[in-house]
Ligand binder design. Sequence first.
Ligand code: NAD
Length: 380
Amino acid sequence: MAQSLGFPAPPAGLGKRPYPNLLRPMNDGPRKFGYAIVGLGKYAVNQILPAFAECEYAKVTALVSGDINKARRLGKHYGIEESHLYTYDNFDKIAQDPEVDAVYIILPNSLHADFTERSFRAGKHVLCEKPMAVTVEECQRMIAAGKKAGKKLMIGYRCHFDPVTHKAIELARTSIGKPQIITTDNGDNTDPTDPTYQWRLTRSLSGGGALMDLGIYGVNGSRYMLNEDPIEVQATIMPPSDPMFREIDETIVWIMKYRSGAVAHGSASFNVNAMSRFNLQGTDASLRMDPATSYWCNSVSHCTTGDTHTWSTPMFTIPALNQFSAQLDHLAISVANNTPLAATGEEGMQDVRLIQAMYQSAHSGSRPVSTDWGDWRKTI
Ligand code: NAD
């Protein structure tokens, strides 16, 4: 991994939000930080497990699955012995596994809270996938359990480890004038025959649809880009086009209003060709990210001329950094050096709280819902 990405530190005074130094060195010697992966589904198998190959400070040391044969097959591939393979039922034995420093929870959303609490009871740190949980109460329980255990809780916002996101935040805060309008759209098609989509269509497992799963990128990204939290939200859920979407939001559009006068509006859908866009219009310049939140090859371009068609070309070319490996290393570094996390439980809870407010709006005739809850950072 390169030692510098060439990005300047954020200007002093901007800093309510953590701005992770992706490559801060560890100081606790050669032992790598061990992760147990809970849930061996698509994201775990296709993105996270292979990413350990590019980690400097982290390695996978245990696997947890409902299907022990799947765990064995993957264990063989990644050099993990039978004694470090667990099922959901005997998971609590992980407390006695010295090779496991942290548990990475990659399960359907409604299982995040329970496994986070069990992991903290086992004395492990936790990296939990987004969305953090399906209710604010669950998020509060997860945060409290981490505090009680004296362990760290990080949420899997991988884009915080993408240099393209960092470049966009730097431009947003230094060279667009006053941020005015954000437009962000996230969506994908649904294949109801694929198990990875089936739980997403089931409210009791997902907690919601397109907004919970994909729209959350736009919600979190807008807050980060503006360095501000919205004071009011509004949303509309479109009627489902197919019975498979009857329990959850297939397509939703939303607005977030900010005290500064900025406004973000977005959409999320489970029934569109893949989209991942983020545009920010400032008084002096514009930013365009498309794709904005893909696993690879995100891009940001910048337009300052007043001519909407003259974008920076080529788009900013930024050295590739494996978001997944950087995220895995980040928790290891944070634990070793006791440095702040880029994406805390409180950050994850704020997104869940805003999403719940959007659902409340959508279910009450799209009425505005106040989210002027004060600065949550002052309460932690
Ligand atoms: P998936 O369906 O492919 O995998 C989920 C795993 O959980 C499977 O192995 C499944 O067997 C297991 N599981 C355990 N109990 C289950 C139950 N009761 N019902 C259904 N499955 C059960 O899903 P995925 O795409 O890997 O998503 C898992 C989590 O990761 C979700 O929270 C999702 O939001 C998150 N995710 C994050 C990203 C990202 O970019 N950060 C990308 C994809 C998924």
